[in-house]
Design a protein around this ligand. Structure first.
Ligand code: DAH
Length: 355
């Protein structure tokens, strides 16, 4: 009865193997090993012809039973595995409806963007256009065409971020050092771009980011925002400059604020001034916020130097103009009495949400 033992052994073997099979692949291997063309059960079936005729019916019946059992065992295990996979998926995708919801925390427009837009609105209301300019500039636009002499201290690598882009042999290399390419230190270069592209009359502002190698502290940021302004037309006088900037100061700080024009020097304007507004904390009496002067500096300005007109081919005999540069962070700090400019950079919502 060796054959019937073999048949039962095959069934045992399959059942034992199935217990350890955890993937559909493993099940298939077991099926092939028993029922495949070269499988153990198939081999025994082929030997049926050698069984003595009187034993054949019983042996055939046993073989069929084993085969049916093996089939059923494999199918059963298959179903088990499929259920386990489904259970795992249901577990993984389960939604816990008892968890608290995720609260939406909508932000607000950043204070710097708000003030920049407010400044834009004031000048657009006066008929100015809003222009744009590149952050990465050449020394020509940032200094030379603005009448800054070759040895002007602001050109040094101490005061300007230079971008060295003359890369050796297909390499990209960025090092600090003086070259012809820099991160703009002021928006004033946009004056030159605009005068190259447009004929007077020009009434424009250009808001934008500028960069200087300053360590961030309460009053300095290595990256900040300016709004440049330029007017070029026939018959423009210092009176136009003063009327325009007085109007701007009252719009942005309030009607009760006084202005003061202090002589100053800028290479691209002559004469040049710095403009102060009266301190909003002490109303000009003097306090800690205005360092006891009663005044707060907010912008630089002046009448466009004829040398600048020469660089862009505008006739200084026919046209005159004024220019100004407003520090946006400074306006924000003065209007809201911010003790430290770095508060504008932290992204702290507790601070930013107030505006
Ligand atoms: N560019 C100057 C600065 O960054 C600000 C400035 C002063 C701009 C006078 C002007 C101007 O257009 O006329 O300090």
């Amino acid at each position: 009865m060796a054959m019937s033992d073999d048949l039962r052994a095959i069934q045992d073997q399959v059942e034992e193997g199935l217990k350890g099979a955890t993937t559909l692949d493993a099940l298939e291997q077991i099926r092939i090993a028993a029922l495949g063309k070269k499988g153990s059960l198939t081999a025994l079936m082929h030997m049926m012809g050698k069984v003595p005729p009187e034993e054949r019916p019983a042996m055939g019946k046993l073989a069929n039973t084993v085969r049916a059992n093996v089939d059923a065992a494999i199918a059963g295990r298959k179903e088990q595995l499929a259920r386990a996979v489904l259970d795992a998926r249901i577990q993984a995708e389960a939604v816990d409806v008892t968890l608290p919801g995720r609260r939406l925390t909508p932000g607000t427009q950043h204070l710097i963007s708000q003030i920049r837009e407010e400044i834009e609105d004031i000048f657009v209301g006066l008929g100015y256009t809003v222009e744009d300019g590149p952050f990465v500039e050449t020394t020509y636009y940032n200094f030379t065409a603005l009448n800054a002499p070759e040895d002007h201290p602001s050109r040094s690598a101490k005061d300007t971020f230079y971008v060295e882009d003359r890369a050796p042999e297909g390499k990209v290399q960025h090092v600090l050092g003086e070259s012809d390419v820099l991160l703009r230190t002021q928006t004033s270069g946009v004056q030159v771009h605009v005068m190259e592209e447009k004929k007077p009359p020009i009434y424009m502002i250009c808001p934008g980011t500028v960069f200087r190698p300053d360590t961030a502290d309460a009053n300095h940021l290595p990256q900040f925002t300016q709004v440049e302004g330029l007017v070029v037309d026939e018959g423009i006088t210092f009176g136009d400059l003063k009327g325009t900037l007085d109007y701007f100061c009252r719009e942005i700080f309030g009607k009760d604020r006084a202005t003061r024009y202090r002589p100053h020097f800028f290479p691209f304007t002559e004469p040049s001034c710095e403009v102060d507004v009266s301190c909003g904390v002490c109303h000009g009496k003097g306090c800690r916020f205005c360092k006891n002067t009663g005044w707060l500096e907010i912008l630089g300005c002046g009448m466009v130097d004829p040398n600048v007109f020469d660089y862009v081919g505008i006739d200084p005999e026919r046209y005159s103009g004024f220019a100004f540069g407003i520090g946006v962070e400074r306006v924000a700090a003065l209007r809201y009495d911010l003790p430290d400019l770095r508060m504008l950079m932290t992204g702290d919502m507790r601070f930013l949400r107030q505006f």
